[in-house]
Design a protein around this ligand. Structure first.
Ligand SMILES: [Zn+2]
Ligand SMILES: [Zn+2]
Length: 178
């Protein structure tokens, strides 16, 4: 039986609300009496011992039925209460998670876009520039000196102004000593 069926039967709910606590009370009394009887007669060896022990297992169906009926009878009220308590928090959590997700998605997309944008240029740089002849670090396109070891990356020929590699001894264009 679920709460929607129950909500369509207010009569059943009324019965549950009335008898649920009643059964709980009966079960409670039975279990209390049997336990009390057990402890009261425990040290008494002259008597025949606890006589109301049968109430102990007997109380379980009452407690069980009482608990189920009570929870069914008050379920919708309980659900409303829980909903009013939980809903704002759940909403906050959802918004919080959504915000985070939005941020991380934006971050990821941004990173991908940056990657796409920068990748060809960095590739072009690598193709365009030879690695430093001394430390083999790839310099960026405008570097005149290696940013890793500080040595000159190009030697301008004083004769023809051709830019030779930093470690060249002779101009590759005019053959003059650098
Ligand atoms: Zn270098
Ligand atoms: Zn030259």
């Amino acid at each position: 039986m679920d709460k929607y069926n129950l909500n369509e039967h207010p009569q059943a709910k009324k019965v549950f609300r009335k008898f649920g606590p009643l059964l709980l009370a009966i079960g409670g009394i039975m279990i209390t009496v049997s336990i009390a009887d057990f402890f009261i007669t425990f040290g008494d060896f002259s008597g025949q011992g606890p006589t109301l022990m049968f109430l102990f297992p007997l109380s379980f169906p009452f407690l069980m039925a009482g608990f189920i009926m009570t929870s069914l009878g008050y379920q919708s009220a309980l659900m409303r209460y829980q909903a009013s308590q939980v809903a704002p928090v759940a909403k906050d959590v959802t918004n919080y998670m959504l915000d985070n997700t939005k941020d991380s998605i934006a971050g990821t997309v941004g990173a991908i876009v940056r990657e796409i944008k920068t990748e060809p240029t960095s590739e072009a740089k690598k193709v365009e520039r030879k690695p430093c002849p001394y430390c083999h670090e790839v310099p960026n396109s405008t570097a005149i000196f290696c940013d890793s070891c500080g040595r000159p990356l190009q030697k301008e020929c004083s004769h023809c102004k051709h830019k030779n590699d930093g470690d060249a001894s002779f101009c590759e264009k005019c053959g003059k000593r650098l």
